[in-house]
Design a binder for this molecule. Sequence first.
Ligand SMILES: CC(C)(COP(=O)(O)OP(=O)(O)OC[C@H]1O[C@@H](n2cnc3c(N)ncnc32)[C@H](O)[C@@H]1OP(=O)(O)O)[C@@H](O)C(=O)NCCC(=O)NCCS
Length: 220
Amino acid sequence: MSFLRQQLSSLSLAFALYKQQKRIKGSSIQSLLNPAWEKQLKEYSLIESNCDLKGNPSYLGRGLYIGNTTLIYNTESIGDFCSISSGVKIGLAAHPKHFLSTSPLFYSASRGLLQNSASFPNSQKKVVIGHDVLISANVLIMEGITIGTGSIIGAGAVVVKDVAPYSIVAGVPAKPIGMRFPDTIVQQLLESSWWNLPLDQILELPHLQDAARIPINRKN
Ligand SMILES: CC(C)(COP(=O)(O)OP(=O)(O)OC[C@H]1O[C@@H](n2cnc3c(N)ncnc32)[C@H](O)[C@@H]1OP(=O)(O)O)[C@@H](O)C(=O)NCCC(=O)NCCS
């Protein structure tokens, strides 16, 4: 009997996942999403298994990749063409340092002991992730952080400060270790907003495999 129940529950999970990915062009969704995430997901997304994606993002970009076991909470938006590797944790809630106890039992009504939740500074800030960001394996991003467009976060980093566009940061706490391109190219890439183009036009862009070599904002 319990074997049958197990089979039925795997079948219904498989069916729910099938329904989710059928709706979104070119996508493979291997984790169950809440309706808010499902509504925002765009074409060519790949969400691997056992991800825990919570909250109500206002925007999720095209081509989003999220590797398995990644957790994303308290996140306002993720831009187009972002790659978020496996084992990443984003926007985990802070606990109050100055209350008698750090336990949510004593400040969050959702734990069942209190009638109303107590608020404390920073508890409302959300993470914002720009376009074309690479967040490598096992990165931890604190709540309220803004990750600039085009940046790369090195594997295992703990990000406690905002990350500048097109910078490469790594370590614990994460610090800049370089830039992807010289400043002039960064400026041109940001001004071009190439991520807003239709996919067929992006595929035609001459600099797709070497952005630094071609001045894409050239005026004729
Ligand atoms: C950050 C990263 C992209 C490399 O960037 P890079 O600009 O090529 O950096 P380099 O390898 O030249 O290293 C530059 C310095 O940063 C350090 N560094 C590089 N990656 C680091 C990391 N993840 N954590 C801490 N330090 C790191 C190097 O040790 C080196 O230090 P040094 O100058 O004192 O010798 C790469 O190390 C990384 O983390 N890749 C992610 C891999 C991954 O998770 N892939 C899955 C994606 S789905």
